[in-house]
Design a protein around this ligand. Structure first.
Ligand code: PGA
Length: 251
């Protein structure tokens, strides 16, 4: 049985004051047992969040880590070993905003995936197609390539300690959510691709859906057989809404 996971990606949002407020809100939630809950604050606030969530069953992750696991001369970056030292257990790899806006390549994110694991973090690999690609009927091809490039470079066993998030780019921050069936279709294809390499890994790896998830649509999405939880952007900035999504995953 795969444990459900709900992860909040705060992106580049927050101030010391608003993060403090969000911590108070998270501390007040009644979180379901049986769901792994995580938050990904901006790196600047990771220490504040880890201190603030002491004692709560909420993991903290980073939104990005360097291509190398060890500290060194790499201005502006954070090594996975440093993030681990700060108390992080997870890191996002290949979010579409980093692929598209920062120009992160497959090669860079493959290096980051490896460095994350070397540094003791679990990578959450994000994949997803643009609207143009979906309309051209290329969804499975694009997602298959994004996942395939990592499998090819690192081998299927790299997914023993990893999470995959399917996030259609057209659904991120737009209020447009993939229908549960659209999401399930892609999740099933991802699992089949893993299955072709290693059945045990395929059955164990958690596949999260991301893209305008809110409390109102979470139950239906999380009810699909290959959707093991969600990666939540906007809605994770509101503690009560995030809590409701976590409880939806616990049902
Ligand atoms: P959203 O973002 O929930 O605001 O659509 C999801 C994500 O980018 O992880």
């Amino acid at each position: 049985m795969r444990r459900t996971m709900v992860a909040g990606n705060w992106k580049m949002h927050g101030t010391r004051a608003s993060v403090a407020e969000l911590i108070v809100g998270l501390r007040a939630l009644s979180l379901p047992t049986g769901v792994d809950v995580a938050v990904f604050p901006p790196s600047l606030y990771i220490g504040q969040v880890i201190d603030g969530l002491q004692g709560l069953p909420v993991a903290v992750g980073a939104q990005n880590a360097a291509v190398q696991s060890k500290q060194g001369a790499l201005t502006g970056e954070l090594a996975s070993t440093q993030l681990q030292d700060a108390g992080c257990t997870l890191v996002l790899v290949g979010h579409s905003e980093r692929r598209q806006i920062i120009g992160e390549t497959d090669a860079a994110l493959i290096a980051k995936f490896t460095a994350a694991q070397e540094g003791g973090l679990t990578p959450v690999l994000c994949v997803g197609e643009t609207l143009e690609e979906r309309e051209a009927g290329k969804t499975l091809e694009v997602v298959g390539h994004q996942l395939g490039s990592v499998i090819e470079a690192l081998g299927i066993k790299a997914f023993v300690n990893a999470v995959i998030a399917y996030e259609p780019v057209w659904a991120i921050g737009t209020g447009l959510t993939a229908t549960p069936q659209q999401a399930q279709d892609v999740h099933a294809a991802i699992r089949a691709q893993l299955q072709a390499e290693d059945a045990d890994v395929a059955q164990a790896v958690r596949l999260l859906y991301g893209g305008s998830v809110k409390a109102a649509n979470a139950v239906e999405l999380f009810g699909m057989p290959d959707i093991d939880g969600g990666l939540i952007g906007g809605a994770s900035l509101n503690a009560d809404e995030f809590g409701a999504i976590c409880r939806a995953a616990g049902n």
